[in-house]
Design a binder for this molecule. Structure first.
Ligand code: PHE
Ligand code: ZN
Ligand code: ZN
Ligand code: ZN
Length: 272
């Protein structure tokens, strides 16, 4: 099950800061637009308007593409006191035009899938949602759409959103966590504790620019996990599988997984 957003591009009133490339293997159209325009599109979406942008398209015409979020839900094992709580583990499955996106963000998707595999059969008091978002690179469109379609009740039950975006590059720096306002929250506290236990102390700082942002603005504790500084291959055709470090990917998944499980595990041993 996934939410979708329709992105309509037309060239009736001239080009803005964009180009249309060849379709690639990703779920989203190979359209590069500025972050500013992406944010404008996401804001339009929030207001329930049609999302229309003018881009330079050789030959003219209207290009309409649909992007999807992919959502897997692990139900709580024990419907006890914390049964109503939700944890979200996220990443994005699109990449920029011309880049294979091995680190940005197939690394996060791989870690999301692995955590889903590992946690699927663990007892938990909380519901865990594993979400890979579409159209992140076009201005966080998938994640804005996801948060927009949650009910107030649902939003209030999310205790943390863990976003993994670029967590496996051999050539990038240390794993750090970023929040939109630069403040600690439930997610950074859990991950800091997990980092201490696994021997990888985590620093945190302030940064938006990934799918944790819409969750933050909806009042949900959220953080981005990313290696910092970025690798030189960021958003280039060189962001390919040979640059991925299995060790760094595993370390990222272990820290986020340990943090998630710390919050999700039953408070008391299961008796049933
Ligand atoms: N969200 C960015 C991307 O997908 C990654 C990023 C996040 C880069 C924060 C810098 C700072 O490209
Ligand atoms: Zn990117
Ligand atoms: Zn990314
Ligand atoms: Zn039980």
């Amino acid at each position: 099950a996934g939410a979708s957003a329709v992105i309509i591009f037309n060239n009736t009133s001239g080009p803005i800061n964009g180009t249309l490339g060849e379709p690639n293997d990703n779920f989203v159209p190979a359209v590069a637009i500025s972050q500013e325009d992406g944010e404008r599109l996401a804001a339009s979406l929030e207001r329930g308007e049609a999302i229309t942008a003018n881009v330079s398209v050789t030959g003219g015409g209207i290009v309409e593409e649909t992007s999807h979020n992919v959502v897997a839900v692990k139900e709580p094992t024990h419907k006890k006191k914390a049964a109503d709580q939700i944890i979200i583990v996220g990443s994005h499955h699109d990449s920029v035009s011309g880049s294979p996106g091995a680190n940005d963000d197939a690394s996060g998707v791989a870690a999301t899938l692995e955590l889903a595999r590992v946690l699927a059969n663990m007892p938990t008091d909380t519901e865990i949602r594993f979400v890979t978002f579409g159209a992140e690179e076009l201005g966080l469109i998938g994640s804005y759409e996801y948060v927009d379609t949650m009910s107030e009740d649902e939003r209030s039950r999310v205790i943390g959103m863990f976003q993994m975006d670029m967590v496996g590059s051999r050539d990038a720096g240390e794993l750090v966590m970023f929040t939109v306002d630069g403040q600690k929250n439930t997610v950074t506290d859990l991950a800091a504790a997990a980092g201490v236990r696994t021997g990888t102390p985590l620093t945190y700082g302030q940064e938006g620019r990934s799918d944790h942002v819409p969750f933050h603005y909806a009042g949900i504790p959220a953080a981005l996990f990313i290696h910092n500084p970025l690798e030189p291959w960021y958003h280039t055709p060189e962001d390919s599988l040979d640059k991925i470090s299995k060790e760094k990917l595993q370390e990222s998944a272990e820290i986020v997984g340990a943090a998630v499980y710390q919050a999700a595990r039953p408070d008391t041993p299961a008796l049933d």
